[in-house]
Design a protein around this ligand. Structure first.
Ligand code: MG
Length: 330
């Protein structure tokens, strides 16, 4: 009998297969089919984006954030990268019997602060409690809706476009991994968990912006492999251009992680026309959340897949995350 494996939650290859073979088989709709971060819907001639996400991060509190902050940022960012201005959120909690109310209050404080910063109102919610040991403290689901400012379908992407990353990669994955105390490593790595409204809203006014994605589970590599698969184009990435914190790189080497596959919760990949790329990077760099922004590669019609040009002049294929070395990262 086939069963759900931990890798089905990785956001990588197995997740994709599960969605395509089972979920789409029964739930297919025009709006769902592109499998983007948010769906575009039309309500009385108003263009709306809608998205939903569940959060099961372990531990619930980690350097730079907690499950509450994450549940707001993740959903807000999914709307933003879809070219929508986040407006309203619905939130659902699954709580474990015995969970301390003080901890729940800390989570709610973060939710309030983050929602205020992101300019979203929480307008409906739900709470369920399950017996002790039947869930791990708190799980949260958030659903967000926003007004579409600039539709960014993947069909916009064309050969010659530039690939931009808004900052250092792998911070969230590394911060959560280290906070699990499975390794005896002391480092000051914090999650990059942040709502990206201030960073991305100004960019949406630029004509050359074509597509965006927040590289969460599965990291930058999986997001790009996914993009390559849906467009049929190749993507060339230059390793020496990809910003990685010194400590994240060092610990990744030690533990056998690749920062390109580690989760980010406050970064975006932008695809933009070559002509507009430098201007976009200049605007991003003005904001504290974007001061490490870089053009890291380009879209190509000459090959398929994602090719990493390594620092030593080699070439490596970047595919979707196959196994999940760090489950429950978000
Ligand atoms: Mg996303």
């Amino acid at each position: 009998m086939k069963k759900i494996e931990i890798g089905h939650g990785s956001g990588g290859r197995l997740t994709r297969e599960l969605i395509e073979r089972l979920f789409l088989k029964y739930l297919r709709s025009e709006e769902l089919k592109p499998l983007e971060d948010a769906a575009y819907i039309n309500l009385r001639d108003q263009n709306i984006a809608i998205t939903t996400d569940s959060y099961v991060v372990r531990p619930l509190f980690f350097p730079g954030g907690n499950i509450g902050k994450l549940a707001i940022c993740g959903t807000v960012n999914d709307l933003l990268v879809s070219g929508a201005m986040p407006g309203y959120l619905a939130i659902g909690f699954i709580l474990e019997e015995g969970f301390p109310l003080d901890s729940l209050e800390d989570i709610l404080k973060s939710i309030k602060e983050t929602a205020q910063y992101a300019g979203v109102s929480i307008v409906t919610g739900d709470t369920k409690v399950v017996e002790k040991y039947k869930c791990d403290g708190v799980y949260i689901n958030t659903t967000g809706v926003g007004e579409v400012i600039k539709p960014l379908p993947v069909s916009n992407v064309s050969p010659g476009d530039a690939v931009i990353i808004t900052g250092t990669v792998g911070d969230h994955g590394m911060a959560v991994a280290l906070s699990r105390d499975e390794f005896d490593i002391k480092a000051a790595v914090e999650s990059d968990c942040a709502a990206l409204n201030e960073l991305l809203m100004p960019i949406m006014e630029i004509d050359g912006l074509k597509w965006m994605r927040d590289p969460t589970r599965g990291g930058v590599a999986t997001a790009l492999a996914d993009l390559s698969e849906s467009t049929g184009f190749g993507i060339e990435i230059f390793e020496d251009k990809v910003p990685v914190r010194e400590d994240v790189r060092f610990i990744s080497d030690m533990l056998g992680y690749d920062p390109l596959y580690l989760a980010n919760e406050g970064k975006a990949i932008l695809i933009a026309s070559r002509e507009s790329a430098d201007r976009i990077v200049a605007i991003l760099k003005k904001h504290p959340l974007g001061h490490n922004a870089e053009v890291i590669g380009n879209i190509s019609a000459k090959f398929r897949k994602v090719k990493l040009r390594t620092k030593i002049g080699g070439e490596r294929l970047l595919d979707m995350l196959e196994e999940d070395m760090l489950p429950r990262i978000c």
